[in-house]
Design a protein around this ligand. Structure first.
Ligand SMILES: C[S@@+](CC[C@H](N)C(=O)[O-])C[C@H]1O[C@@H](n2cnc3c(N)ncnc32)[C@H](O)[C@@H]1O
Length: 204
């Protein structure tokens, strides 16, 4: 996939027909992913980690990097001093790259919301960068992530402007409080970086 324009690889990966095909495509892409996304995507993982760090002082607490990919968010979190970073991803090849970075305390190959995911413990913070998009993850997965957060924990995620309406119903829930947002003018469809504090109700 190298030497392909960002708009092309974005279109290619987002046209995967289902999660199995998405997983196969990421498995194939793992070797050149960082080179391919490099220039345009580079500021996003760091911006996401910095946003989370604004609200979580305790660097020993558990942070979940959901859709960790090759580990760019994990590296940024580790540079900010976080010690307990958990990586999950559906693609074993992407996850292997992430694990090789040596910054994660544990990793799990799973899909957000599946049986393995449901066994994960709750964490203080979650980052999902580049995960909420066509053919990747949507409202059900966003809700599943919020269920893995402790009371008053923080969830940071990205979504392109055109995808935000699909997540609106979840983020409008009373337990969700918006605490930060940043629009990043990458791609023709701007990328939004959003942070929410999640309050737990007695049932959740
Ligand atoms: C665009 S990459 C972003 C990787 C990394 N977060 C970054 O910022 O470079 C999206 C990653 O999310 C993973 N992914 C997509 N949908 C997923 C899902 N439903 N559950 C778990 N992982 C998913 C893909 O396998 C891929 O590694």
């Amino acid at each position: 996939m190298s030497e392909i324009q960002p708009s092309k690889w974005l279109k290619w990966i987002c046209s995967s027909k289902n999660l199995d095909e998405l997983c196969e495509n990421y498995d194939r892409w793992a070797i050149t992913y960082e080179t391919d996304v490099g220039g345009v995507w580079e500021p996003v993982p760091l911006a996401a980690a910095l946003m989370l760090a604004e609200y979580i002082d305790d660097k020993q607490c558990a942070i979940l990097d959901a859709g960790a990919g090759t580990g760019l968010v994990g590296v940024a979190l580790a540079e900010l001093g976080f010690k307990q970073i958990i990586a999950i991803d559906i693609s074993s090849s992407m996850l292997a790259k992430a694990v090789a970075k040596g910054v994660y305390s544990s990793s799990l190959c799973c899909s957000i919301g599946d049986r393995l995911f449901r066994n994960l413990k709750r964490v203080s913070g979650i980052i999902a960068a580049g995960v909420f998009a066509e053919a990747h993850a949507g409202a059900a997965e966003l809700l599943a992530l919020s269920e893995k957060i402790i009371d008053e924990g923080v969830l940071v995620f990205t979504a392109r402007q055109s995808f935000l309406p699909q997540l609106q119903e979840v983020v409008n829930r009373p337990e969700w409080s918006p605490i930060n947002s940043k629009a990043m003018p990458i791609y023709d469809d701007p990328m939004h970086l959003l942070a929410y504090r999640i309050k737990k109700t007695t049932e959740s």
